[in-house]
Design a protein around this ligand. Structure first.
Ligand SMILES: Cc1cc2nc3c(=O)[nH]c(=O)nc-3n(C[C@H](O)[C@H](O)[C@H](O)COP(=O)(O)O)c2cc1C
Length: 188
């Protein structure tokens, strides 16, 4: 695996990885990458987030909680297996500071999303891969209880982390960028 050697390379070559295997970063490596991701733009430097890392056999316990929240036995069977799709899951817990005088909650959510996006790029630049997954189970009391998510916190899903298994997805369709940039300028 070759690492991207520039920010542009990393941005252009990162792809979500639906299938992940060992290795995932160890705790020291993960802390180092999250420390870097925490530099993402964040109005008021509130860092309105925390992560719950789930790995090893604890993934099965998370699977049990997901299964408990399912409506049918078949859904429960599939839900129980979901956390086993990667060696490491990072539950993304958004904890906004309410009624902040300068930073409304949408800005805090933007800061949390920016941190997660930055982390996924950093993981990619260290030869790991990831995918952010969500779903209705982020609201499930059994799941929130297992993860220790408090009432004033929002579970934004999981960053599944590991090493990509299989090929990268095909290249993205190009986006019509000129149609998305409106200039008000006298310079061009
Ligand atoms: C907030 C958020 C939630 C996501 N939730 C899911 C999900 O539940 N399931 C999934 O397969 N992908 C999910 N994704 C990943 C997107 O599907 C993926 O980023 C998109 O397909 C573009 O692919 P790329 O990341 O390889 O460019 C999510 C991404 C974001 C940013």
């Amino acid at each position: 695996m070759t690492c991207p050697n520039s920010v542009l390379d990393a941005v252009l070559t990162r792809r979500s990885a639906p299938r992940l295997t060992e290795p995932a970063p160890g705790s020291a490596h993960l802390e180092c990458l999250v420390q870097a991701a925490a530099t993402a733009p964040d109005h008021g430097r509130l860092r309105p987030w925390r992560l719950v890392a789930v790995s090893g056999d604890e993934r099965a316990r998370l699977g049990d909680a997901l299964a408990e929240a399912a409506d049918t036995p078949e859904q429960a069977r599939r839900a129980a297996a979901k956390p086993l799709r990667a060696p490491l899951l990072l539950a993304i817990v958004h904890r906004p500071m309410p009624d902040h005088p300068k930073v409304p909650e949408w800005e805090q959510l933007a800061a949390t999303a920016g941190m997660v996006t930055t982390l996924s790029l950093l993981l990619h630049s260290h030869s790991f891969a990831s995918i952010w997954r969500t779903g209705p189970t982020v609201q499930a009391p059994q799941v929130r209880k297992y993860l220790g998510v408090e009432n004033d916190e929002q579970l934004l899903g999981w960053l599944y982390v590991g090493t990509r298994e299989g090929e990268d997805a095909a290249d993205r369709r190009p986006v019509d960028i000129p149609a998305r940039i409106t200039w008000h300028t006298t310079d061009i």
